[in-house]
Design a protein around this ligand. Structure first.
Ligand SMILES: NC(=O)c1ccc[n+]([C@@H]2O[C@H](COP(=O)([O-])OP(=O)(O)OC[C@H]3O[C@@H](n4cnc5c(N)ncnc54)[C@H](O)[C@@H]3O)[C@@H](O)[C@H]2O)c1
Length: 351
């Protein structure tokens, strides 16, 4: 394990992406999104993704320079085709459309297909919350990327189908709920494999449907599966996220013949003052947070945290002390950089 300062990592990631053919603007947006995921403590969506993103770019799964296309719209909603551009770019552009509509109509919605991997789902509702709006987002993986068993099953049938919601607070940072609907994100199983660690109990099953904590049982062969979080409840949300993201946008839902992994999504943005006086809304949110935090603690807990707080704390810590990168991830990043000659090599030799 090595520790690298975030500014250095941003430079390394952007250098490799640009060296591999992304535009300077795409490289800057994607590298910042990856390193921000590391800073927030979500290593599963950080630099570990870089080699895979470059492979996708090489195979044309991610289309460099693609522009979003509005297929249909009213004052409230838009149906958008991302033309398989970078998820981090298409996602941000589509959210701008939803935010703009919400600022005029009170609510703005976008249904998006052919968008490459978005990275952390929470980045997008957070864009709205930073501008004083609430937002919710449902994702699927364009019908491909099936890694989760349905509740009661032992074969992969669903993707991680995340749901992300954010609410602004005048008295502090937005509340951010950003969760996959599986018990553990697939990327975290990969991080555990690379770091030679086990995963927590009740997160994965092996090919026979037996509970296991060995990440290798998930990858196989024969391959196991992730479990939905919270049993039948997480499964129900995964199913609905798949439908709202995939069936509504035209990307399609989880199915055996889908092979191109991307993220289709539905985002809904709410301009709070159009519903209720912002001060009154804030007072209700603050009262709720204070009331929830006032509970006596359960055994083993030292504090009650509000969603979004763990990431902010980890960020403060990692901004100061650097980001830990495991050796296997580092080897893959270096190998990817070296495929693009001197530029990549010199980028990596900075460390
Ligand atoms: N693009 C995709 O297809 C895709 C697929 C899967 C996951 N993801 C991303 O992976 C990331 C990780 O997902 P995950 O399911 O592992 O998330 P997770 O299980 O780590 O849960 C994270 C959420 O729980 C909150 N939280 C954590 N500890 C808490 C505590 N003690 N008290 C209160 N709230 C707490 C966090 O603030 C955050 O909102 C997310 O950013 C998600 O969007 C993306």
């Amino acid at each position: 394990m090595r520790t690298i300062q975030h500014l250095r990592l941003r430079k390394i990631a952007a250098g490799i992406l640009e060296g591999a053919g992304a535009t300077a603007q795409e490289a800057a947006i994607v590298s910042d999104a990856l390193v921000d995921a590391n800073l927030d403590g979500h290593d599963s969506h950080g630099m570990v993704r870089l080699p895979e993103y470059v492979r996708w770019m090489e195979r044309g799964v991610i289309v460099i320079g693609a522009q979003i296309q509005v297929l249909d719209e009213t004052g409230v909603f838009a149906v958008i085709d991302g033309n398989w551009g970078w998820g981090q770019v298409v996602g941000r552009q589509a959210m701008e459309v939803a935010i703009e509509k919400a600022s005029k109509a009170g609510v703005g919605m976008v249904s998006v297909r052919q968008c490459s991997h978005l990275g952390r789902a929470g980045d997008y509702p957070l864009m709205a919350a930073r501008r004083g709006m609430a937002a919710i987002m449902f994702l699927n993986t364009h019908g491909a990327g099936r890694i989760v068993a349905p509740w009661g099953g032992r074969e992969r049938r669903l993707s991680a189908n995340p749901i992300a919601l954010s609410v602004p607070r005048s008295s502090g940072e937005p509340i951010l709920v950003d969760i996959s609907t599986c018990a553990i994100a697939g990327g975290k199983v990969r991080v555990a494999l690379h770091s030679k660690k086990s995963v927590p109990p009740n997160c994965i099953i092996d090919a026979e449907g037996r509970p296991t904590t060995n990440p290798a049982d998930f990858f196989g062969p024969p391959e196991g599966a992730l479990l939905p979080f919270g049993g039948h409840k997480g499964f129900a949300l995964a199913l609905l996220s798949d439908i709202l993201a995939g069936a509504l946008s035209g990307a399609g839902c989880s199915r055996p013949d889908a092979t191109r992994v991307g993220n289709s999504f539905l985002a809904i943005v709410i301009d709070i003052p159009r519903f209720r006086d912002r001060k009154a809304f804030d007072a209700d949110v603050d009262q709720l947070v204070e009331y929830v935090k006032s509970s006596k603690l359960a055994p083993g807990f030292t504090e009650i945290l509000i969603p979004g707080e763990p990431e902010r704390r980890e960020r403060a810590h990692r901004e100061r002390d650097g980001i830990p990168i495991d050796e296997e991830t580092w080897r893959q990043i270096h190998e990817t950089a070296s495929r693009y000659g001197i530029r990549g090599e010199s980028v990596c030799s900075q460390v």
